[in-house]
Design a protein around this ligand. Structure first.
Ligand code: ZN
Length: 480
């Protein structure tokens, strides 16, 4: 980071002032983020990509042309999927015994506020003053880049342990260019694939536009260096929902910010769970295939027809949505032909569990429609993998076990008490599986989890760093 700052003619004091860092010595001293010179630099601590073959697993490719294999092999070399078949000849490859396990693509979640991850210990379910919105707004304004970094790392570690190999970091607290860099550095250092959605700082005035110049700089420095990290913007809402804490902007401001993003070729994501936003966006001419909305609640038939016609997608975070007013309109979106994906949202008042997210969608659909529900368990696994990849623009890179794609895959132990004996695997994944069943996680051909353990990551160190960052944050914020 020092090199990068010097290159832009800023001295250390200027940066400390600009970032509001009261005591940022450790930020600049920390090796993990000191070497930030842009997106192409690989994180030194990640295990190397090698050549291996998973043998004898129940393979779910999520690619109709390839299909599934009750006992099949998956061959990976130099980060790419080489072959998927009932039997693969790969004499030089390390063998991973997949018997008793399901092998499938890693989960692709499409909206997660990674900057809030360190706030988990502050939240209380039984005290509204310590709920998600007051805590994130109250502490968010005091974030230094180091907080953003450690927050990202601890949540991305949870993502890995839960089988998520691609995430969209919905960063609605980018307080400076250094905060943006810290969040993207955390993503790079994690080894996960992802899209960074650049947003405004918490409690920014609604008439102040986002830092477009830095958005262009972030694109130049970080995005598209390889297939691991891309860029988008996360917009404040146009329907005034949560305007006090998360922003509620006018259609004119949306035109300005979205226009600038589109000029840079960057897609857009926006929360909208209330009524009216979709009609406002349509009247402003802002709907398009590069737009993802989040939280499908409270839309009407006209809204859904507009979304389908303009190719807008919707990301559903089932646990969060089930805690809000309105029906989770998953079946309505499916029926209208709206593109969908699935997301975690945050991990401060629940954990990262894609199985539970799929189970919630299945259960709520059944609760509302009984046997007339639109969704099947296989469709939900597609939602959590290939649909998410397409939604984030990674459809040709990940989301299915297709030769030529990058190797993002997970092995799930199906021979334990909650899944054995294994029947129809899609039912087992949606109705029975849990993150503890995940044995192996591979991202871009790197084996990052094996036998339920991190292969290279010092998780205890991440917890210490996250805890220290939170303690210092609370002191700065004079948080009781
Ligand atoms: Zn959200």
């Amino acid at each position: 980071m020092t090199k990068d700052i010097k290159a832009r003619g800023m001295d250390r004091r200027t940066v400390l002032k600009a970032t509001g860092a009261l005591s940022a010595t450790s930020l600049f001293g920390a090796p993990a983020i000191a070497q930030n010179a842009g997106g192409s630099a690989p994180a030194a601590s990640l295990p190397a990509r090698g050549e291996f073959v998973v043998r004898g697993a129940h393979v779910l490719s999520m690619d109709d042309r390839i299909g599934d294999f009750p006992a099949g092999d998956v061959h990976v070399r130099d980060g790419a999927i080489v072959a998927v078949a009932a039997s693969v000849n790969a004499p030089a490859a390390q063998v991973i015994d997949g018997r008793g396990m399901i092998c499938m693509p890693g989960f692709v979640e499409t909206h997660w506020h990674h900057w809030t991850n360190i706030l988990r210990p502050v939240m209380r379910q039984d005290d509204p003053k310590l709920g998600y919105f007051p805590v994130t707004a109250g502490l968010g304004v005091h974030y230094v880049p180091e907080d953003s970094y450690h927050s990202g790392r601890i949540g991305l570690a949870e993502a890995l342990s839960a089988g998520v190999t691609t995430t969209q970091n919905w960063a609605h607290n980018v307080r400076s260019p250094q905060h943006a860099d810290a969040e993207m550095r955390a993503m790079r250092d994690s080894g996960l694939r992802g899209r960074f959605a650049y947003g405004n700082p918490v409690r920014d005035p609604n008439d102040k536009p986002m830092d477009i110049a830095d958005l262009a700089r972030a694109k130049r420095d970080w995005a598209g260096k390889d297939n691991m990290l891309t860029l988008a913007i996360c917009s404040r809402s146009v329907d005034s929902a949560n305007a006090a804490t998360r922003g509620g902007i006018s259609p004119d401001m949306a035109k300005k910010e979205w226009g600038a993003a589109r000029d840079l070729g960057l897609p857009i994501t926006m929360h909208t769970s209330g009524k009216g936003a979709i009609k406002i966006l349509n009247e402003a001419g802002l709907l398009g295939r590069d737009l993802q909305l989040v939280h499908p609640l409270n839309t009407d038939e006209e809204d859904r027809a507009l979304l389908a016609r303009h190719g807008v997608s919707y990301s559903t975070s089932p646990i969060g949505e089930a805690r809000r007013p309105g029906d989770l309109q998953f079946d309505e979106m499916l029926e209208a032909g709206v593109k969908l994906s699935m997301s975690i949202d945050h991990i401060t008042t629940y954990d990262c569990d894609c199985f539970v997210c799929m189970r919630m969608l299945y259960t709520l659909s059944t609760h509302r429609f009984g046997d007339k529900r639109k969704v099947t368990t296989k469709r939900l696994v597609q939602l959590a993998t290939i649909d998410g990849a397409r939604d984030l623009g990674f459809g040709d890179i990940t989301g299915s076990l297709t030769p030529g794609k990058r190797a993002d895959l997970i092995l799930i132990r199906a021979n334990g008490p909650n899944m054995a004996p294994l029947g129809y695997p899609y039912d087992a994944l949606v109705t029975m599986a849990q993150p503890a069943n995940i044995d192996t996680v591979v991202a871009d051909g790197r084996i990052l989890r094996r036998k339920g353990e991190f292969t290279a990551l010092d998780f205890d160190k991440l917890v210490r760093e996250a805890s220290d960052a939170l303690a210092a944050l609370k002191v700065r914020a004079k948080w009781a």
